[in-house]
Ligand binder design. Structure first.
Ligand code: NAP
Ligand code: ZN
Ligand code: ZN
Length: 347
């Protein structure tokens, strides 16, 4: 066992505090990673605050992890000491079900092992990346291309793949009109990736305060959803809408922005249900869909795509003692566009 520094939530209502946790010994198929940077995903906040259901405390979250390999197990062949690697939202899956066999471990029929709050193969509860080290099975460790700046790479492991996967699945590309709802961690990546794929991109944000940024990130158009005119102007416009909003919104108003055979993919995960009127779906033969992160193969594909297209998240680097403050700013939609913890500050 390795005792390592970490930041954990002691309960649903208290701030995160510095602590130590145990990492398992490096098994034959495991990789020990010295974590350098960890992104703050809104899912971390939903989780520690118990918004998606009760969890066990203390809990370390964080599933946007990059670092360097410092030890490998005897049977490891994919990674070696010194490699720059990443870990996202999963650290294992059953590897036997039809979805795992199809390379979609994120949809493992037996439930993938999440990077945090999941029951690990040794019966312990997995602890995430707000920590100096992590031990992960080599099959769930990604190669992070050298051309992606180190501190900017971490958010790709969740925000990047969560937006890349539906954009690729629903064929965002030349001639397709794509709207991105909410321009936070996921949303700003959706804009960059959809633009790189060649789609015509529209941002739908609560206000016009980030318009300059949105256009610079690659959007062609930018509208404020606080302005009701937006919904009449853009009626029947989009082939694909990616909703990244972390809270409940009037989903029917957004569905009406889809043109014939358009699809709205919800990746935002508010704790409350989103009530849909079926008649909204009847019009234009619309589809309402969901999407959850992406498989390991696709995550590697996304990292390579971002390297090839020179895409990296825009991040605000913070020391570990600013995590709680960063949480408040995320909750106030005051993130530009992902907080990343410099893990050196946790040593
Ligand atoms: P984030 O950085 O906080 O971004 C969410 C954005 O949504 C905000 O920046 C804001 O954008 C908009 N927003 C927030 N509250 C709103 C409200 N009340 N009404 C309208 N718009 C609002 O969060 P994130 O890390 O990108 O995560 C977004 C959501 O995706 C979270 O619920 C998270 O749990 C979920 N998620 C899902 C997956 C998956 O696999 N499906 C993976 C990762 C995260 P504007 O200021 O531009 O309006
Ligand atoms: Zn996430
Ligand atoms: Zn499976």
């Amino acid at each position: 066992m390795l005792t390592v520094n970490a930041y954990a939530a002691p309960s649903a209502t208290e701030p995160l505090v510095k602590t130590t946790i145990e990492r398992r010994d490096v098994g034959a198929h495991d990789v020990l990673i010295e974590i350098r940077y960890a992104g703050i995903c809104h899912s971390d906040i939903h989780t520690v605050r118990g918004e998606w259901g009760a969890i066990a405390y203390p809990q370390v979250v964080g599933h946007e992890i990059v670092g360097v390999v410092t030890e490998v197990g005897t049977d490891v062949s994919k990674h070696k000491v010194g490699d720059r690697v990443g870990v996202g939202c999963m650290v294992n899956s059953c590897r036997e079900c039809e979805n795992c066999l199809a390379g979609e471990e994120n949809y493992c029929l037996n439930g993938n092992t999440g990077t945090y709050t999941a029951v690990d193969r040794d019966g312990t509860i997995t602890q995430g990346g707000y920590s100096t080290h992590i031990v992960v099975d080599e099959d769930f460790v990604l190669r992070v291309p050298e051309s992606i700046p180190y501190e900017a790479a971490a958010p790709l492991l969740c925000a990047g793949i969560t937006t890349y996967s539906p954009l690729a699945h629903w064929n965002a590309g030349p001639g397709k009109r794509v709207a991105v709802v909410g321009i936070g961690g996921l949303g700003h990546m959706a804009v960059k990736i959809a633009h790189a794929m060649g789609a015509e991109v529209t941002v739908l944000s609560q206000s016009l305060s980030k318009k300059g940024d949105g256009l610079r990130l690659g959007a062609d158009h930018y509208y404020a959803t606080s302005d009701r005119e937006t919904f009449s102007t853009l009626k029947n416009s989009f082939d694909l809408i990616i909703n990244t909003v972390s809270a409940q919104i009037d989903i029917n108003a957004y569905l009406k922005l889809l043109r014939l055979d358009g699809t709205l993919v919800n990746v935002g995960a508010p704790p409350e249900p989103l009530p849909i009127k079926v008649f909204t779906l009847f019009g234009n033969r619309r589809t309402f869909a969901g999407s959850s992160i992406g498989g390991i193969r696709e995550t590697q594909e996304m990292l390579d795509f971002c390297a090839e297209h020179g895409i990296a998240p825009e991040v605000e680097l913070i020391d570990a003692d600013h995590i709680n403050e960063a949480y408040e700013r995320v909750l106030n939609s005051d993130v530009r566009y992902r907080f990343v913890i410099d893990i050196v500050s946790m040593r």
